[in-house]
Design a protein around this ligand. Structure first.
Ligand code: ADP
Ligand code: ZN
Length: 218
């Protein structure tokens, strides 16, 4: 099954996507992670997108469309995938439609206050990419990943000023996407309030997946 996860930065797309990926054995494709890796490696692509990412702006559509197309053509995507952070603009969504079809779009709804608080407290493992929250999901030992012992860091763009920029981009560029998919009847809204346990939301997400693709999935 081909899934898309939509929602504001800091809405938990990464967390829910990796759960779905484990549960259904499909790859979790996180555009931000792919681009950050390119930046860290100093590749040509990395050099082209670095500046946008630091400022909290979107990278150019042509570049990310190319990245997505290449990634989706890899053999592990044949049985499906969960896309996280792509598409983010209408142009990207239309490019995606040319490459593959979409079974379900999961739209996370969450308030901006919660997002800002969450992102400011987010820490990520340098080695394995595991995500922590200093308040709600702290590591056992400060600054160290529970999973692999790697060092935890704060993303440059998780600083408050850049967070506001990213939220603005989201409202402007990505909200029209939701309407685009709504017209195709593909959207399932999931309310992601802070008080809601992850497990409860996962149940709702799995139910939506079953409804979209009754014959597949567990
Ligand atoms: P978040 O969803 O928390 O904002 P991501 O890790 O998904 O973070 O993305 C970080 C940055 O990477 C974005 O602010 C943007 O600069 C760039 N980026 C990621 N995905 C895309 C995309 N589909 N189109 C353009 N730029 C992107
Ligand atoms: Zn780790």
């Amino acid at each position: 099954m081909n899934l898309i996860m939509l929602g504001p930065p800091g809405g938990g797309k990464g967390t829910y996507s990796s759960r779905i990926s484990e549960n259904y054995g499909i790859p979790h494709i996180a555009m931000g992670d792919i681009l950050r890796r390119e930046v860290n490696e100093g590749s040509d692509l990395g050099k082209k997108v670095e500046e946008y990412m630091e400022k909290g702006e979107l990278a150019p559509d042509e570049l990310v469309n190319e990245v997505a197309k290449k990634r989706l053509s890899e053999p592990d995507c044949e049985a499906g995938f969960i896309l996280d952070g792509y598409p983010r603009t209408l142009t990207q969504a239309k490019a995606l439609d040319k490459v593959t079809d979409t079974d379900l779009v999961i739209n996370l709804e969450i308030s901006e206050e919660v997002i800002i608080e969450r992102l400011a407290n987010r820490r990520i493992c340098k080695e394995c990419g595991a995500i922590y929250n200093l308040k709600s999901m702290p590591p056992e030992e400060e600054g160290v990943c529970d999973e692999c012992g790697g060092e935890l860091y704060q993303r440059e763009d998780d600083k408050p000023k850049v967070i506001r920029k990213r939220l603005g981009e989201y409202r402007k560029q990505s909200e029209p996407l939701i309407d685009y998919y709504r017209e195709k009847n593909l959207v399932e809204d999931i309310v992601a309030q802070e008080e809601r346990p992850i497990e409860e939301m996962m149940e709702e997400i799995y139910a939506a997946i079953k409804k979209a693709k009754p014959n597949k999935g567990s």
